[in-house]
Design a protein around this ligand. Sequence first.
Ligand SMILES: *[C@@H]1O[C@H](CO)[C@@H](O)[C@H](O)[C@H]1NC(C)=O
Ligand SMILES: *[C@@H]1O[C@H](CO)[C@@H](O)[C@H](O)[C@H]1NC(C)=O
Ligand SMILES: *[C@@H]1O[C@H](CO)[C@@H](O)[C@H](O)[C@H]1NC(C)=O
Ligand SMILES: *[C@@H]1O[C@H](CO)[C@@H](O)[C@H](O)[C@H]1NC(C)=O
Length: 560
Amino acid sequence: MKILSLVSFLLFSFFFIDFSNSREVRKFGKRKQFNNELIRNTKFGSVEGTKKITDDGDVLVWYNIPYAEEPTGNLRWAAPVDPQPWNNILDCTVPGEVALQMDSDNIIGTEDCLNLDIYAPKNAKKLPVMVYIHGGNNQTGESKELKGNDIVIRNNVIYISINYRLGIFGFNILPALHTEAGSTGNYALLDMAKALDWIKNNVKEFGGDPNNITISGFSAGGRDVMAMLISPLFAKKFHKAIVFSGGMTIADVNDSIKRTASAVAPLAVEDNMAATEEEAKTWLMTDGMDVKEWLYSVSSERLCALMGNAGIRMSVFPHLFNDGVVIPEEGFSTSKWNDVPVLMLTGSTEFSFFNLGSGIWYTPSAFALGTDLQPAKDFACTYGSDMYRIFNAQSSAEKMFNKYKSDIYVCQVDFGAQNSGYPIEVVGSFHGIFIPMLSNDNTYSDIYDFESSEYQDMAAIFNKQLKNFLRRGNPNEKGNSDWKPWTPSQPLSMVLDAVDGKATAQCKNVSTSFAEIISRMEDDISVSDNGKTLAITNVLNGRWFSEPVDEYYNNPSLWE
Ligand SMILES: *[C@@H]1O[C@H](CO)[C@@H](O)[C@H](O)[C@H]1NC(C)=O
Ligand SMILES: *[C@@H]1O[C@H](CO)[C@@H](O)[C@H](O)[C@H]1NC(C)=O
Ligand SMILES: *[C@@H]1O[C@H](CO)[C@@H](O)[C@H](O)[C@H]1NC(C)=O
Ligand SMILES: *[C@@H]1O[C@H](CO)[C@@H](O)[C@H](O)[C@H]1NC(C)=O
């Protein structure tokens, strides 16, 4: 019996090494000729990339370079560790798989996700480096969300997009995993810190300047960048920061423990660890070894399916815990900031997609509104977008200003909004409106012709500003100061739009306040009382930006 299981263990291991570990296959793949122009030596081994020949110049790309070991087995819910060094040349010519995640009802991707993609112009030497953290509101996304071909040509920089652990693999605060002092459930942030260390130690080989790193991120990635600004773990890891639709979000540790325990409880019942979900929840909130052992025994596929579809509600999937380790307990009230020039951007119709995705609009109580349904939807989109807009940039600037010495720049993209020269139906200046400015190779072409001259004219202006910021931490051309840093007495944003075929770029006060927005909501008579109530209590509630609205209208908490 023993021998049999040993044999099957060996067979299994053999199988595992030979076929399942894609890095082994990539390493020992039969490639006869290597292209020296595309080979770089990292601290862990050599990598071969690929060349993309574009009309605007050649771009060298290395996909899927491991910056840490696969975070499975004992490394699940642990700090990432250095990848095993390799001897042959690693094939980095094709994009890797996405990190494990849900795609509608299917599980896709791999746990071997701690890798990054590097894009460089030809003959790069000591260029500024732009690092990008992708978004994924429902615990999804991938490094290829923003491809770097256009960025490196237009800005003459090195561009690096990283993959990191998602969902419950990236954030898990259950106490059984945190019995040692100094442990943290913010694994995704640990991954990003590891990637930045890798970049510091290796980017020179790819033509980048390790002393000139800009960290950037969109949506969830933008909120991660905001967290990096207050995290002691990230001190001195970057020199500038860009936040595309980010804002300040933190999850309370105790609330998060309860919520995570509830989400995991059904699996514990399935495995007979407890008789009822209530018992399982109580058990999961203890710090016993038995909980830990069981958590490690659960397959990643079962865990991956939990807490999906967060829809910018922290209570659905808690993350960014103020555990006093990676994120200070006092959160964004801290006085210790990683004080670097920062650029914060927002669109002006940021809530449009989330409003459309709100399940309540497809229920009998919404249909009962009849002709009042559309005005109710419009109401939610208008005020949700105005709140999300100030949440993404202005509110953060207000909170940071007194404790922050470096310049804070704020940008608002109005292109596509109802009052824009080029309104985009239904979605307006949506969450993600800047992505097509950064890359023509994007997934937004169904929404609008972003290759149109009006949009591209605006993109050209923004890319000049970006190029300046990546070099000097200031978006203005040398000797010019049209774009003023944000201050409380001059709360100015660079507002980008296009009118009559030409871009417009004006530094303006587009500030408002939550009180002002709520007062406009109160006065709005375009919508029936029932429609307004439905929007306030079921659509606008519990989102990143909703605290003032939830307080004013006494919306019940979505936390348990
Ligand atoms: C969290 O729970 C612990 C243990 O029950 C308690 O000691 C602590 O005060 C709680 N923290 C907060 C912020 O409520
Ligand atoms: C993500 O959220 C959107 C909007 O709420 C929803 O339509 C979509 O089904 C969600 N995707 C997953 C994988 O949960
Ligand atoms: C960053 O790079 C730019 C362009 O190479 C250079 O002008 C600038 O001085 C660098 N900044 C730092 C802090 O090294
Ligand atoms: C900026 O605009 C807002 C909204 O119109 C206004 O309330 C505020 O006073 C303005 N701030 C300054 C400093 O002009």
